[in-house]
Design a protein. Structure first.
Length: 179
């Protein structure tokens, strides 16, 4: 089974358990993710296989108390550690956030371009276009991408709109070669 499929299954289970027990899994996983991202030592301890299960569990207990994580999430994390699947936690987190966004009626995405920033009017037009096409409010963040020569790539979930010069040149090349 692919890691993405595994992550979807775990995220679905966490979301269902969270809803049943009135626990906001997106919020809890965000707190945990921020804690992990702020400490290389914690990240190494949880994700590298050089530490024992017991060492990982004892640190996880301390972290979960400090972050006030629900017993449901702690149990899920213990299970991931037992099964040596802690490496899929970032994918689980992403799946939970995407599901939470869908439930709230909006989608997150990125706009990639070559400039340092994007004009706010253009960003709003792109968000409005996506809203009319997908039927959900789009929250778009801009990311500078040196691989984009000119134009923009917009990615929301599995939808990608590529209005970059590179894409247009590739399409022209394919048209010429296939003629």
């Amino acid at each position: 089974m692919k890691e993405q499929d595994i992550a979807k299954a775990y995220s679905k289970a966490l979301i269902e358990l969270g809803e049943k027990n009135k626990v906001d899994m997106a919020e809890e996983l965000t707190k945990l993710s921020e804690a992990i991202n702020s400490s290389n030592d914690l990240e190494n301890l949880l994700f590298l296989n050089v530490f024992t299960y017991e060492e990982k569990i004892s640190v996880l207990e301390v972290i979960s108390k400090k972050l006030n994580l629900s017993p449901i999430l702690v149990s899920g994390l213990n299970f991931l550690l037992q099964e040596k699947r802690m490496g899929v936690l970032p994918l689980i987190y992403k799946e939970v956030i995407v599901a939470d966004d869908h439930k709230k009626g909006f989608l997150r995405g990125t706009i990639e371009g070559s400039e340092e920033s994007i004009d706010s009017g253009l960003q709003k037009k792109l968000a409005d276009y996506l809203e009319s096409r997908v039927g959900k409010k789009a929250q778009l963040d801009y990311v500078k991408n040196s691989n984009v020569t000119a134009g923009y790539k917009v990615t929301v979930g599995d939808l990608q709109l590529d209005a970059s010069l590179d894409n247009q040149l590739n399409q022209l090349k394919e048209t010429i070669l296939n003629s």
